[in-house]
Design a binder for this molecule. Structure first.
Ligand code: PRT
Ligand code: ZN
Length: 291
C-alpha cells in the first residue's frame, strides 16, 4: 500500500512498555514528533515519515503486509505471530526473557519433567514449537492475561511468561526455570521492500540516524588534562574507540586528552587516571556518533 503523501511508514506500539523508548529513540534521531493522542497515523513535521500507532500484536503483520514499511516491536511478538518480516537491528530496550516458571516449592530438574504437565501461557505458538522441538508432550493452556495466577487457580501446573525483574513471579510465589526465548525491541522491515528513490533515500537516512543514536548511547566523551610526563601511562589506560586526541595547552607542561570511551568503562579507570596524574576529568554525553 502506498501512502498518499509519499512518506515512509513506521509502526510503533500505541501504548505499552515499548512506546516511550521507541519515541525517545526517534526524538533522538531529531524527528519532531507531536502529541499523538488517539490518532492512528501521525506525520513527522520535519521528516518524510508517518508513524502508525498500533497494538504491538498487530505490528509484525502490518509490516509483513506492507501497510507500514518499518516497525518497532518485541522479538517475542514476531515469533508468536509467526510473521515473515526482516529484523534490521536490535534496539537495546524492552529486554526480557520468556521463561517457564514453576511454584516456589516445585522442582524441575530436566526438560523431560515437563511431560504430562499443563502450562499456561499467552505465547502458545512459541511454547508449542519449543515443546515439540524438545520432544515434550505437555498441555498448553492458552490464557490472554494474568498468566501468573494460573497455578494458584488450579488451571495449570506451570506457566510460560515474559520475565524482566522477576517481581511478578515472586509476588505469585513462582520461580523462573527453563529459558524459552530471549527478547528485546527490534527494528523490522517488510521483506519485499520496494521503494522509489526518494523513499529509499529517507529509509537509508533514517537507518543511519538510528545507528548513530544507538552508537552514542553506549559511549561517552572523556576530557582531561595530563602532565607531559604522564601522557604515555594515561593513553595506555584509555579504552578508546579510536585513537585519543592530544592537544597542547597554554601551559607547555600540560596536554589536553580527549577520547570517546564505552560508558561502562569510566568508573573502572577513573582512579587509575587520577593516580597517573590526570586532572580536571570531564565525562560528557554524546548525542550522535557517525562511524
Ligand atoms: O496493548 P498492547 O497489545 O500493545 O501491549 P501488551 O500489553 O501486549 O504488551 P506490553 O506493553 O506489556 O509489552 C510489550 C513488549 O515489551 C513485549 O512484547 C516484550 O517484548 C517487552 N517486555 C519487556 C515485556 C516485559 N519486559 C515484561 N516484563 N512485556 C511484558 N512483561 C510483563 C510480563 O508478561 C509479566 O506480566 O511484565 C510482567 C513481568 O515483569 P517483571 O518485571 O515483574 O518480571
Ligand atoms: Zn499485545
Amino acid at each position: 500500500m502506498q501512502t498518499e503523501n509519499g512518506n515512509l511508514r513506521l509502526a510503533v506500539q500505541k501504548s505499552g512498555r515499548l512506546t516511550e523508548n521507541s519515541l525517545n529513540l526517534l526524538k533522538n534521531c531529531n524527528l519532531d514528533i507531536e502529541k499523538f493522542n488517539d490518532r492512528l497515523v501521525v506525520n513527522i513535521k520535519n521528516y518524510k515519515l508517518d508513524l502508525l500507532f498500533l497494538r504491538d500484536d498487530d505490528i509484525p503483520e502490518y509490516v509483513q503486509d506492507g501497510v507500514a514499511e518499518l516497525g518497532i516491536v518485541g522479538e517475542d511478538v514476531i515469533k508468536e505471530t509467526k510473521s515473515d518480516v526482516k529484523i534490521i537491528k536490535k534496539l537495546g530496550f524492552g529486554k526480557c526473557s520468556l521463561r517457564i516458571a514453576i511454584p516456589e516449592n516445585a522442582e524441575l530438574k530436566n526438560l523431560s519433567d515437563l511431560n504430562g504437565k499443563r502450562i499456561a501461557t499467552s505465547f502458545p505458538n512459541i511454547l508449542k514449537d519449543f515443546l515439540s522441538n524438545n520432544k515434550i508432550e505437555a498441555k498448553v493452556v492458552n490464557i490472554s492475561g494474568s498468566v501468573e495466577a494460573a497455578p494458584s487457580l488450579g488451571i495449570a501446573d506451570y506457566i510460560c511468561d515474559l520475565v524482566s525483574t522477576g517481581n511478578t513471579l515472586k509476588l505469585n510465589k513462582l520461580k523462573a526455570s527453563i529459558n524459552v526465548l530471549e527478547s528485546e525491541a527490534v527494528l523490522i522491515k517488510n521483506k519485499d521492500l520496494k521503494l522509489n528513490l526518494d523513499k529509499y533515500k529517507i529509509y537509508l537516512n533514517l537507518l543511519a540516524r538510528i545507528e548513530s543514536v544507538l552508537n552514542a548511547k553506549n559511549s561517552k566523551y572523556l576530557m582531561m588534562n595530563v602532565p607531559h610526563d604522564s601522557l604515555e601511562e594515561v593513553l595506555k589506560l584509555i579504552p578508546s574507540l579510536k585513537s585519543p586526541t592530544v592537544l597542547p595547552l597554554a601551559d607547555k607542561n600540560i596536554l589536553a586528552v580527549h577520547a570517546v570511551i564505552p560508558s561502562e568503562k569510566f568508573w573502572e579507570i577513573v582512579d587509575y587516571l587520577k593516580s597517573a596524574g590526570a586532572s580536571g576529568i570531564l565525562l560528557l554525553s554524546i548525542e550522535n556518533i557517525v562511524l
